[in-house]
Design a protein around this ligand. Sequence first.
Ligand code: CS2
Length: 490
Amino acid sequence: MKSSIALNQENLKRLSPNIKVPSYNRNDVKTSIVHIGVGNFHRSHEAYYTHQLMERFGVLDCGICGVGLLDYDRRIYNILKDQDGLYTLVIKELDGTLNPTVIGSIVEYIFAPENPIAVIEKMADPDIKIISLTITEGGYNLNEGTGEFDFSNPVIVEDMKNPMSPRTVFGYLTQALKLRMHRGVGGVTIQSCDNIQGNGNVARKALLNYVEKAEPGLLQWIEDNVSFPNAMVDRITPVTVAEDIARLQEEFLLEDQWPVVCEPFIQWVIEDDFAAGRPAWEKVGAQFVDNVVPFENMKLRLLNAGHTVLGMLGALHGYKTIDEAARDEDFCEFLKGFMDREVSPTLGDLGDIDLEKYKASLIERFRNVHIKDLVARICLESSAKIPIFLLPTIRAQLKSHQNITRAAFVVAAWCKYNDGKDENGNTYPIEDAMSNELIRAAALSHHEPIRFLQIEPVFGDLVNNKTFVEAFLSSLEMLRSKKVKECVRE
Ligand code: CS2
């Protein structure tokens, strides 16, 4: 048997012809994007679009410098270093075939804890036109209840004290923008790629809140020189598992220490507001629009909240992957009812978008058996996700006195989820920045169910809404006396 080949620049020419590899000269690529948070999603989405632009159109002035801020990022740093920044994106086609492409658009990487000054200097480099972010929904450090920046967060307190060795994205951006201002190197775009309604506005608000306290002399410069386009981002990108690595090695004789797998579908709808220019991503399928709000609403409230529905119900039932939950007829019917009756009425005018087609395509995507997206991935960090994905639907429906039964049921399922045990008695960890609070509130809710809704940073004033509270309480009572499948059948 032929032995497999380790992924690096030198070995590219020896790889199986079934693997697409960059045909452009990576030495000629000029970096103009710094990206914070090189997780699987960045690697299946922005880095992929950018790679396509290089590959198909020879545009080489949009190379990416990855930055990792967290200790957790050490692993990807070491791997990308070993692999010359290369990694394999394995698109799992609908018939199950694997379609691997080696992506070459990440040409540099800096691990911030080891070299904070290098990160600040890089972001302040005149060649850098865009600083993009995937720092997760919770990473913007805004309290969901009050909408205010959380200055009590210990890492923010640290960054205020030690501005030259920051730990948070806000500390880094502040120092880098200050250098740009002093050196007169011009503006830059800060581009959020997180699943948040108005992600650009949120990034802007969080940064300005921080700067106002940390470096007030910089505020006006930011107002005048930095843009924060909103965008909708989409591609289901599960956690890479050992089997993905093994299949690449066995079927393609390629040794990649951390490939990314994803679905074929991809979408990026962006407000065209770039302070210092941008790559022509529209050539490779990105959509530039004046108003991204309808796209964001639709995606967050249907896809992401749809995930939450399947994730929460699936977790209680004991399913491990989203496709299993989506193939369960009871859960799927429930999901369709949620989409049609509770979400669709909140979406307003969607212009040319065919909503029915979109919803049907989501069901197909959720049911894709090859993706194996873990229920655990969907459920983690729900305290940051649910306020963005699900609660806006509840608020909008309450405002127009419409149905919220299913959405409230999902909130109750989340409460029960925090008991940490499925219906078969199997336990699972609650992976969430607010896990202590969630577990405690869920425990208290056994005697006093309302306690769960009193988690103010999550629910804000929803706890005062009688209709919502009643719907939640009756769902929780039902969930505590019956199996989740029986409940959804009712
Ligand atoms: C998921 C998203 O994290 C989640 O809960 O809903 O990661 C989802 O897979 C992506 O937004 C798809 O574009």
